[in-house]
Design a protein around this ligand. Structure first.
Ligand code: ADP
Ligand code: ASP
Ligand code: MG
Length: 425
């Protein structure tokens, strides 16, 4: 019997009716002759609500306790889905991440999966039961404490379990019909991408397209696991994330597209360190203290004043790490000898992604031209082989996405993308 892992996101499980609908879908898959393992997220915006609650009792909650709290969201869903399936006459057994054998490192809030030992899941399957696993969580190999995999991490639980169980495919059910050329909440004319390569999906996810968690795509590429992203509210074919299809000759008279899509990210902030003395090793000192606190830096820009010879360095980092970074940098201000620090979270990042840009000159010029035509000022730029990103004012981000999407002719002339549910939070 072939095995399918199905993951249902929070918007698909928003209320009792949603849970009953998902249960029907799971049972239908089973009746069609497939083995099914299910991974669930927390209902609706539960994770955000629990997080807000934590901040009401403590401005900086200890990571261990925050993880313990947030994982409760997925436990509620798993038990309710199992009950709804039982009500349809099938046996379902719920498991926490720890019970499902999801073993992680001990970095609370963004733990990495280091092993998956799904013995209890295999036994449940062998007994004819449908296993329902709480996503987004695991247990630390060293401390044995409960960990979370970072926001959106249930996708990663699903792919990791699919790989460990040797599943045929991993289906990610969400509130849109697949991966689109831009977020359908901002660009209703965005087009569904039928097949996307792991590399392009990695860049989209890393650039903020939250429809898939970045690590889930890394995992899928590593294990060559095919992912089918689709809506739990429709029966339409979604997007297949798989190895790049062999280069196609001209199809219907059209070349392979140069651009895959436009992604945006509102989760970052910038820090500017000003008046840095022009000496060897100063930048290394600044970035070393930030890295030691476990903070990942994305873009970096340095400018040197001709008159003073002093430098300014600006960099982007996850907004949630802003407070920690400012504290550690203040701690080395005297030693490094810089003048001032400024934190700015009113920024957004827009990225243009496409494997075709490798061999196509002029993509950056058209991208910057599209932003300029809309009167949007660019603050920072970074590129990879298949991506160009720009940091702009947060207030300009949506219009930047719309303008870029249009400038590269990515619109679907026929249909509007449907957003079936969710608050987009
Ligand atoms: P779930 O709760 O199912 O995990 P998420 O909110 O994490 O759902 O991800 C789905 C959302 O991702 C969509 O509702 C959409 O707003 C957003 N999104 C961002 N970029 C894209 C994109 N390129 N294609 C599809 N959805 C996108
Ligand atoms: N519930 C978690 C979150 O909201 C995990 C997930 O949805 O994948 O981030
Ligand atoms: Mg998600």
């Amino acid at each position: 019997m072939n095995l399918i892992v199905q993951k249902y996101g929070g918007s698909s499980l928003a209320d009792a009716d949603g849970i009953k609908r998902v249960a029907q879908r799971i049972v239908a898959t089973r009746k069609a002759g497939h083995g099914v393992v299910v991974v669930v997220s927390a209902m609706g915006d539960t994770t955000d609500e629990l997080h807000d609650l934590a901040l009401e009792v403590s401005p900086l909650p200890p990571g261990r306790e925050l993880d313990m709290l947030l994982t409760a969201g997925e436990r509620i869903s798993m038990a309710l889905v199992a009950m709804a399936i039982a009500n349809l006459g099938f046996e379902a057994r719920s498991f926490t991440g720890s019970q499902a054998g999801v073993i992680t490192d001990s970095v609370h809030g963004k733990a990495r999966i280091i092993d998956v030992t799904p013995g209890r899941i295999s036994s449940a399957l062998a007994d004819g039961a449908i296993p329902i696993v709480a996503g987004f969580q695991g247990v630390s190999q060293d401390s044995k404490d409960i960990t979370t995999l970072g926001r959106g991490g249930s996708d990663t639980t699903a792919v990791a379990l699919a790989a460990a169980l040797g599943a045929q495919t991993c289906e990610i059910y969400t509130d849109v019909d697949g991966v689109f050329t831009a977020d359908p909440r901002i660009v209703p004319a965005a087009r569904r991408i039928p097949v996307i390569s792991y590399d392009e999906m990695l860049e989209m996810a890393a650039s903020g397209a939250k429809v898939l968690h970045l690590r889930c795509v890394e995992y899928a590429r590593h294990y060559q696991m095919a992912i089918h992203v689709r809506s739990s509210f429709s029966s339409r074919e979604g997007t297949w994330v798989a190895e790049a299809p062999a280069a196609q000759p001209e199809e219907n008279g059209m070349d392979q597209p140069i651009i895959t899509g436009v992604a945006h990210d509102r989760s970052e902030a910038t820090i500017t360190v000003s008046g840095i003395p022009d000496k060897v090793g100063v930048a290394a000192k600044i970035f070393r203290v930030v890295a030691r606190s476990g903070i990942n830096i994305d873009m970096i820009v340095q400018s040197t004043s001709r008159s003073t010879g002093q430098a300014d360095i600006s960099f982007t980092l996850p907004r949630q790490d802003g407070q920690t970074a400012m504290t550690v940098l203040r701690g080395v201000q005297e030693e490094v000898g810089f003048d001032s620090l400024v934190f700015d979270d009113r920024i957004g990042k827009i990225s243009l992604i496409g494997a075709g840009m490798r061999s196509h000159p002029g993509v950056s010029a058209d991208f910057f031209g599209a932003l300029a035509d809309s009167g949007i000022n660019i603050r920072m730029i970074s590129t990879s082989e298949i991506r160009i990103s720009a940091v702009v004012d947060a207030a300009d981000l949506d219009s930047a996405v719309v303008a870029t999407h249009r400038a590269f002719g990515l619109e679907d002339g026929q249909a509007e993308a449907v957003v079936y549910g969710g608050t987009g939070r």
